[in-house]
Design a protein around this ligand. Sequence first.
Ligand code: FAD
Ligand code: DLZ
Ligand code: SF4
Length: 509
Amino acid sequence: MAPIRNLILVLGDQLTPAITSLAGGDPAQDLVLMAELGDEARYVRHHKKKIAFLFSAMRHFAAELRGLGWTVEYVALDAPDNRGSFTAQLGDAIARHRPARVIVTEAGEWRVRQMQASWAERFSLPVDILPDERFLCSSADFARWAAGRKQLRMEYFYREMRRRTGLLMDGDAPAGGRWNFDAENRKPAKADLFMPRPPVFEPDPVTQQMLALVEARFGDHFGDLAPFGFAVTRSDAEAAFEAFVARALPKFGDYQDAMLTGEPFLYHAVIAQYLNCGLLDPLRVCRRVESEWRAGRVPLNAAEGFIRQIIGWREYVRGIYWLKMPGYERSNFFGHARKLPDFYWTGETPMECLRAAVSQTREHAYAHHIQRLMITGNFALLAGIDPHALHEWYLTVYADAYEWVELPNTVGMSQFADGGLLASKPYAASGAYINRMSDYCGGCPYDVKQRTGPEACPFNALYWDFVSRHRAKIGSNPRMAQMVRTYDKFPAEEQQRIADSAAAFLAGL
Ligand code: FAD
Ligand code: DLZ
Ligand code: SF4
């Protein structure tokens, strides 16, 4: 190969030829660098399945790029010249190839972006850090939208994004006359023999090799490697998405909040791991879903609900992340400090809802949104778990977890640790909510109808104890004030029983 003009470093979550660092490059003159790095696999001890998925997807992407004519220097985890970190690996490549400049697309995480910002000085070389155009709203655009607003609310941001993309718009008006059809999306699900399941992709030789390597190097990390069925190529990720569109999307809206024993995926898309690493494009999947609605094959509440998650929530949480980092990571509005209970790792708890959520997380590196928010998240909030420890748990255990999306969902949405910047009220709920939206309680030794005592569902006393403990902080929130008033109407003896039950349960954690 002729002397290298530019060295293009492609990160593990930038697996698309359309990424800005590659889009302006020239396969004839530029060299692509990719590396499987110990530091990235261990900055939290990621789920084994997540590491195997991402490294296999990276290997397949390197092959895709070679097919497009690129020269790729791919540093495998067990290569003798693997330097273990982005900075060391890049330094090594610069010393050997002496490129004129380095080109990267901005990293998704603060931590890695700090590294990128240090490289020009460190290596005495121009380093172009290009915007990540997979997102529809840049950090600067979000900051402009947020400036001067007393409250940031996803719903208003989402409307802007609908107007900007034209998705589900009829001229200037939202399709169907409403922006949001969530009121129709709260149905509990029933067991159904014909429930769709995400397709399973048999590991090819590349993935099989990766599974063995991950077992050898990261065998002590959380999670099961087998069964492994994730897509690791763009075409298989597309096929997984198409299977969702054909089979699950029509009911996505109706059952979005439902939870069912033995059905970890229900009518969810199970595509966040593909979107977040670049195998699927967010705008393209939204346009595809809109076209299904326009063709009359899916109802509007399903299409709108799905599109809102992506152009609304996904973009909104990323905006908040970049607006508030680095301080956001240590938010702790309620001053919660309790250690994360061991059962978040083992799944060993009699509480059936938590056992189910943790067990499937261990097996699939997946739980759907309501399990994350209303089971593991809700429990942590009520029990007063340290939000930073919980953040590290979510970042570790899900195949789709990257800090830019996980942190605001955990710290902001689930733990209200930012004091209400992201969410309009704490997502705190007693066992009654879980009983309404799932079938877990029927198989649980605790009684969801009892509020206090050793046999009562722990969520109940913990919920009212949370309301009582934090009344000063939540009482001014109109949506929580009603709960404070209800608590105040309980007789003093009942309030005492609540405090005693919560304390006894927490002491035994
Ligand atoms: P579906 O329910 O089918 O939704 C479709 C898509 O919408 C998802 O693939 C995702 O890209 C997007 N989406 C839905 N909800 C959100 C949301 N709240 N924020 C951002 N995007 C959303 N999502 C991640 O991608 N990575 C994370 O690390 C992550 N951590 C979370 C932690 C907590 C505590 C909570 C409450 C939520 C978290 N989420 C995270 C959001 C959401 O739970 C997942 O995106 C979703 O469960 C992924 O499964 P799915 O692809 O089947 O999603
Ligand atoms: C998540 C992750 C992991 C586990 N491993 C690697 C890796 O070895 N090499 C790599 O380039 N990227 C990896 N990633 C993704 C990076 O952590 C990701 O680019 C940052 O989180 C910034 O978004
Ligand atoms: Fe969970 Fe309580 Fe229901 Fe048991 S009774 S499954 S702990 S909500």
